[in-house]
Design a protein around this ligand. Structure first.
Ligand SMILES: O=C[C@H](O)COP(=O)(O)O
Length: 256
């Protein structure tokens, strides 16, 4: 269960949220042993959150929302994967639709970012998903599969085995329009099938496939009940610690 804060919460608010989230997760009534919880704050919050995770031994993983394709050098405003790894990041989001849309990130840039993540020991959370017009044209599955092919092109199986793929239909992001559980299953299962073709069945079965798009405590159960949905990439609801903890808690019931 990964919480993408997007461009919300300064480092003081981040400290508050992470402490409250940890406190809520450790309520003593739920077993989170089988749930991995990650937060993906803005770059400026990473050091603060890392300090809390390390100092207080929080069971929350840290990730960033983007990284540069470059290692270092004259790239003003860019952030290297080296820096993120040093800050204790486990994950980095790559190819989020907001990066593709507002920063003109092409499939080729996304591929280079996937490569850069692995180079620096980070696990990419690779986002794929279709715009509304693509879905209305019935082209959503081939569209998502093409994004996946492009992003993983040239990636060895030893690396692909740990990739996290997040299916996020663009029309469901921040809109309150959640895909139906069947919509999510259709595309998540196509992603897994494609991974089996690109690599093998065993690798495909082990890859974590997330759904993202207006996930809330009230709708997470139906989505998570789908066979090929392993978790959620949560935007807006992850900036509310009680709501995000409830989303994570749903998964804990599976092991209770
Ligand atoms: O990365 C998260 C997704 O864009 C979903 O955002 P949302 O939960 O606010 O719709």
């Amino acid at each position: 269960m990964a919480g993408n804060w997007k461009m919300n919460l300064d480092h003081l608010q981040a400290a508050h949220l992470v402490q409250k989230l940890d406190w809520t997760l450790r309520d003593g009534r739920h077993d989170f042993g089988a749930v991995e919880v990650a937060v993906l704050p803005p770059f400026t919050d990473l050091r603060t959150v890392q300090t809390l995770i390390d100092g207080d031994k929080l069971k929350i993983r840290l990730g960033a929302q983007d990284l540069s394709v470059h290692d270092s050098g004259a790239y003003t405003g860019e952030v290297s994967g080296t820096f993120l790894a040093k800050l204790g990041c486990t994950y980095v989001v790559v190819g989020h639709s907001e990066r593709r849309q507002y920063h003109q990130e092409t499939d080729e840039v996304v591929r280079l970012k996937v490569q850069a993540a692995y180079k620096h020991g980070l696990t990419p959370i690779l986002c794929v998903g279709e715009a509304l017009e693509v879905r209305q044209a019935g082209e959503h599955v081939p569209h998502v599969v093409a994004q996946l092919d492009a992003a993983l092109d040239g990636l060895a199986a030893e690396q692909a085995t740990s990739v996290v793929v997040a299916y996020e239909p663009v029309w469901a992001i921040g809109t309150g329009e959640v895909a139906t559980p069947e919509d999510a299953q259709e595309v998540c299962s196509a992603i897994r099938a494609r991974l089996a073709t690109l690599y093998d069945e065993e690798l495909a079965a082990g890859v974590r496939v997330l759904y993202g798009g207006s996930v809330k405590a009230g709708n997470v159960a139906a989505i998570m009940n789908q066979e090929d949905v392993d978790g959620a990439l949560v935007g807006g609801a992850s900036t509310d610690p009680a709501e995000f903890a409830s989303i994570c808690r749903y998964r804990s019931h599976l092991t209770a």
